[in-house]
Design a protein around this ligand. Sequence first.
Ligand code: ATP
Ligand code: MG
Length: 392
Amino acid sequence: MTSLTWVLILALALTATAFTRHRLQTRRDAAALNHTIKQLRHNLETAIAASKENSARWQAAGNALLEVILFVDTNLNVRFGSPGAEDLFGMMPDTDVSLVSYTRSEELEQFCQEALAADSLEEPLENLEEPLEWQTQIHERTFRVRAQTFEGGTALALTDVSRLQYLDQARRDLVANISHELRTPLTAIRLLLETLESREHPAETSSALENIMVETETLQHMAQELLDISRIESGRASVKLVSTELTPLVKTAINRFRPQAERNAILLRYDALPETPVLADQDQLHRALGNVLHNAIKFSPENSLVNVRATTEDEQVRIDVLDSGPGIPTPDLPRIFERFYRGDRSRHGAGTGLGLAIAKHVIQAHGGTIWAENTPSGGTQISLTLIRADAT
Ligand code: ATP
Ligand code: MG
């Protein structure tokens, strides 16, 4: 064989080897591709099943909810309405329908626009992370509307609060009527007691009369609080702020509680008070301070001290009422200013849970703040601020 023949044989052998390698590689690639496709199909099937389950879950939640749910896109077209929406606004059309033509409520549309605008702010305000809330009338019913924006639109949840409003009004009327009706007979009982107490009696009768007087005062306090809260709730409790000297104001409030403190063997004291005028509505402020002092005396043990102190701070005056009672459990601290909130009843005496709610309303109407803390020695400190009249 010639050398050319050898070269040809070698070239053929090399080509055959390369071809075989290439076929093997292609087969392996095809197998890998097949595996990947199978994996993808499996993943897709799992995702579809999860999505179906999720959608069924939301459908069931929508059916179970008493709220009406609407999903509105950024063009203000309704994309979804829960079954409740159909009851309220009628059948959802198949094609896109604008929020205003479906609900006939321009207020809802405006609210939705506001929610979207708030969401698109470059630096959203802190509280906008919370859903926005609003009230509106639809078909003579009151709905509380909450809006939560998401990428692509807004979810609106409408809750019918008409019945709640009706019950709230009924409660307010009841409170106003009861407090009003209670005051007259209680005043009469108190006058009779005072007349009886001014006469000579055997020790046993005197002690019974004293007990009746204490109970009557408690009832009078409750009736007054109910009347105060019904005035606040009906918006009739406006304050008229005038420049008032702090020292006589606080002293008068304290002196009113001396008899109660003495009966409970409590020493009611005040530190030197600053000679500063504050913006105050005397009657209302006496009520607020009175409720705080009433608590301090009520919750303190016999032979203990209730101390009042006041300090000036820039444009404000701060008043602290400190007692040596059991203090307030930490979980109760943020709640004690709520209406009708009472702490552990086994630890404390009678009350309606309105005293601090009224005090908070009054102090806020004075432009001040009120808060509670526990003292290092375990008692309670209620602090409040008022605006100085000489600093404005
Ligand atoms: P009311 O004032 O209507 O007669 P109340 O005293 O229970 O009833 P608030 O004055 O509003 O209601 O006080 C709410 C709750 O806060 C009380 O029930 C009590 O648990 C707690 N609290 C308030 N002041 C004190 C205090 N000085 N010491 C301990 N607990 C207090
Ligand atoms: Mg009280």
